[in-house]
Design a protein around this ligand. Structure first.
Ligand code: G
Ligand code: G
Ligand code: NA
Length: 256
């Protein structure tokens, strides 16, 4: 309960932090964009990871305000970077959206307003949604994803491979990208099974015309293997941990 009160308080005083993890092209290791990841620096408990407070925010409904803040802040940062660096015009921003945010009216309207306010091209924004979010209320979530795509926003399926995925399920989904869950990348050089899973996700994506992002890439060996499999993009500690806005700006400044 006290954590809930603290979360309410930190939201009210705009005290959460947004970190950004680079996403790069596998072929050229060129910076393509960032994933926005929320952080809570608690005065007594230190950095609280999102796995600890996103579920709480979901249960209490605080996720609605938190989620709006994340979308606004992520778009504001992207706009700032584009103003500083002409080369940032092509960068994209991935934002995670959870089930309760879809279930509450106003998500699409809020995203549309924030894009207009910041004069951002809608294609710069990518919404990450897990398979489980879609499955919990498929008709409604798919409807909202269609509305987002009608704005020009792109959709990525997050943690792909851990859920209910099947060819028929994916075929009619309004999506643009698959993100391979990092559990498949971590053991993927040693494990025959993970290797097969990664290969089949990439070929599945190819056949559906989707791009593929590998999460949790930590070693050059993993990257080389992804390159051989023609995976499109990668994200992970090999390139960078999630960093604050200032550090993200430096990464853009020194990128090719
Ligand atoms: O940053 P870290 O890997 O600790 O994130 C853990 C999980 O928290 C991730 O799976 C991510 O999906 C989730 N998460 C991080 N930031 C956000 C956010 O802004 N909104 C939502 N809904 N989930 C987030
Ligand atoms: O899928 P999700 O949005 O939950 O993933 C983002 C989380 O994964 C973040 O909390 C981030 O810190 C973590 N993460 C990002 N890159 C790596 C990596 O290369 N290895 C590991 N172990 N975790 C990573
Ligand atoms: Na994510």
């Amino acid at each position: 309960l006290s954590l809930e009160m603290d979360l309410r308080e930190v939201l009210e005083r705009d005290g959460l932090l947004l970190f950004y993890q680079p996403i790069v092209s596998v072929a050229e290791e060129r910076l393509e964009g960032f994933e926005a990841l929320v952080r809570w620096n608690h005065p007594l408990r230190g950095m609280i990871p999102p796995d600890r407070f996103i579920p709480l925010a979901e249960e209490t409904g605080l996720i609605i305000d938190l989620g709006k803040w994340v979308i606004s802040e992520a778009c504001r940062s992207l706009k700032l970077w584009q103003e500083i660096y002409p080369k940032a015009a092509q960068l994209t921003m991935n934002v995670n959206v959870s089930i309760r945010q879809f279930a509450t009216p106003g998500l699409v309207e809020h995203i549309s307003e924030v894009l207009q306010l910041n004069k951002l091209a809608p294609a710069c924004l990518k919404i990450e949604v897990t398979e489980s979010v879609i499955m919990q209320d498929k008709a409604h979530v798919v409807g909202e994803l269609n509305r987002l795509r009608a704005l020009g926003v792109q959709i990525a399926i997050d943690d792909f491979g851990t859920g209910y995925s099947s060819l028929s399920y994916l075929q009619n989904m309004p999506i643009d990208h698959l993100k391979i869950d990092r559990s498949f990348i971590s053991g993927f050089q040693e494990s025959q099974e993970n290797d097969q899973i990664v290969r089949s996700i990439i070929s599945l994506a190819r056949s559906l015309g989707l791009s593929v992002i590998a999460e949790g890439v930590e070693t050059r060996g993993q990257l080389e293997k992804l390159r051989a499999l023609q995976c499109d993009k990668a994200q992970g500690f090999m390139f960078s941990r999630p960093v604050d806005e200032k550090k993200a700006r430096e990464i853009i400044g020194t990128s090719q």
